[in-house]
Design a binder for this molecule. Structure first.
Ligand code: RB5
Length: 150
């Protein structure tokens, strides 16, 4: 299951991604927003991040105007590695190296065509483990330092 969320700035991208996932018969859950009315992106970032955090979704895709606001908000949830991506190379690298579990896209930055290529590349890429896992463990240690969870 892929959790999807957006604000008004990412609404059109999220709808296009939904259509692509449906065509590929990939299961998703749409956490909104459901129209172009102005909303606050942290609410949607939190819903998607919690869905990934609690295991209901394997991964998530968030869209806002830049992809940055939703990534900053989602990354506040421990265990979330949300990557704001605007190119295909980074889409692959952030899965292979960072094991990113949420992809963030900017509806005011990239067009639908590129966004769909990025989503496809990210979904198909695989985490490479090894030294990259060691570095993710270091990130987890930073979270523990500031949340008191160890
Ligand atoms: C909304 O106007 C905009 O601030 C939001 O979509 C996003 O770009 C925030 O990072």
């Amino acid at each position: 299951m892929i959790a999807l969320g957006c604000d008004h700035g990412g609404y059109e991208l999220k709808e296009a991604i939904k259509q692509m996932l449906s065509e590929k018969r990939i299961e998703y859950k749409d956490y909104g927003t459901y129209n172009k009315k102005k909303v606050d992106y942290p609410e949607f970032a939190l819903m998607v991040a919690e869905s990934v955090k609690n295991g209901e979704s394997q991964s998530g895709i968030l869209c806002c105007g830049t992809g940055i606001g939703v990534s900053i908000a989602a990354n506040k949830v421990p265990g979330i590695r949300a990557a704001a991506v605007s190119d295909v190379f980074t889409a692959r690298a952030t899965k292979q190296h960072n094991n990113s579990n949420i992809l963030c896209l900017g509806g005011r930055v990239i067009g639908v065509g590129l966004a769909l290529l990025i989503v496809e590349e990210w979904l198909n890429a695989e985490f490479q483990g090894g030294r990259h896992q060691d570095r993710i463990n270091m990130i987890s240690k930073i979270e523990e330092k500031y949340t008191g969870n160890n």
